[in-house]
Write a protein that binds this ligand. Structure first.
Ligand SMILES: [Ca+2]
Ligand SMILES: [Ca+2]
Ligand SMILES: [Ca+2]
Length: 366
């Protein structure tokens, strides 16, 4: 019985230690100690002597006696470095969260169908239990007839709101809540949560291809689409959104990242001109779209202040956004994560500091 077994049971993440302890990979053990340390020499000596597994095992007890303090301290450091003893168990099915994202992939390789969905954890009904909201795609024909829009009427393309029950399971309440997205009929991607009107209930903004949707939480388990009145619909390809109070005034403002100027009509061909060998055209072949900053006017409406804020250039391919006051000056900055590793950091002075990866452009056919 390996004397570390009990410890390793309590720190199962440290697989290398476990292997060394089993005498199967004694080669690994010296690497844990300084070359001039007794422990290193002991392990290395065993390795040099080509000790049998039985010998190695029997020597462990002696090693622990002589090196006990060192090894236990070492193991303690390793355990601390390995992080807290938190384990996760997949309970998706037992929690009755049966959402499956539908991208509606086609042989025409429309760029839109490469996009995944977004998810938000929020307590929409203020019962103290976090609920889950998912965005979803919509049906795309293959090929898409000229002038036709994708269709979200099939239930499998609906967005989803799961209400958490008292026993930790979830109930699909999308229809009752009015959050299916069918009426708006967008291929949705990102989602932002924030109480933009200070009524104590979290509201939801969904970003997608076709436009954004701002849902006001009515406080009774239902939501109302207030996009038009709020003036945040945008259009084009919105990928994500986030609420933050950039001016510390009149509540949460809204930042929307937007991707590229793409449509079913200007989708391009990439790959060999043979059946089954078509691939998705690289996004660099399309003009980037401009991100949008909406200022909260405090009366349920927003004003597009992107130009004044200086965020309309350069045009990128925005996918997600995060906020933080990184220099402690009590103003949020936002980090706009763009395609691949490209990113832009925008401080309060609204000057762009752009660190864009230099990715080779690949040409696609019109
Ligand atoms: Ca809840
Ligand atoms: Ca609200
Ligand atoms: Ca504000």
């Amino acid at each position: 019985m390996c004397p570390w077994d009990d410890l390793l049971r309590r720190h199962p993440n440290h697989a290398l230690l476990s292997e060394a302890c089993d005498g199967l990979t004694i080669d690994l053990a010296p690497a844990y100690f300084r070359p001039d340390s007794p422990a290193h020499q002991l392990f290395d000596g065993m390795k040099q002597r080509n000790s049998s597994q039985a010998e190695i095992r029997s020597s462990y007890a002696e090693m622990f006696t002589s090196l006990g303090g060192v090894i236990w301290a070492f193991v303690g450091v390793v355990a601390a470095a390995a992080g807290p003893e938190v384990q996760f168990t997949a309970i998706t099915r037992s929690a009755r969260v049966n959402f499956k994202h539908e991208d509606s992939a086609t042989s025409n390789k429309y760029l839109l169908e490469t996009m995944g969905g977004g998810v938000a954890l929020l307590d929409y009904d203020n019962d103290g239990r976090l609920d889950i909201f998912f965005t979803n795609g919509r049906k795309i024909d293959d090929p898409m007839p000229d002038g036709k829009l994708p269709d979200k009427s099939d239930r499998r393309f609906w967005n989803r709101l799961y209400d958490q029950n008292t026993d930790g399971t979830f109930t699909d309440v999308r229809e009752k809540a009015g959050l299916t997205g069918m009426a708006q009929n967008y291929y949705t991607m990102g989602v932002a949560v924030g109480d933009y009107d200070h009524d104590g209930f979290e509201d939801i903004c969904v970003a997608g291809y076709g436009g954004n949707t701002l849902y006001h939480n009515n406080g009774d388990g239902t939501f109302t689409d207030v996009t038009k009145r709020a003036g945040v619909s945008a259009g084009g390809w919105s990928a994500s959104a986030g609420f933050f109070d950039y001016d510390n005034y009149s509540g949460l403002d809204l930042f929307v990242t937007r991707y590229v100027d793409w449509s079913f009509r200007n989708n391009r061909y990439w790959g060999e001109q043979k059946p089954g060998l078509r691939a998705y055209c690289h996004p660099d072949n399309f003009r980037g779209a401009t991100n949008i900053l909406y200022h909260n006017n405090g009366d349920g409406t927003f004003t597009d202040v992107s130009a004044e804020a200086g965020i309309t250039k350069p045009q990128g391919e925005g996918l997600s956004v995060s906020f933080a006051d990184y220099d402690g000056r009590r103003f949020h900055r936002h980090l706009n994560c763009q395609r691949f590793s490209a990113e832009s950091l925008v401080p309060q002075q609204w000057k762009w500091h752009v660190h864009r990866s230099r990715l080779a452009r690949r040409r696609c056919l019109q």
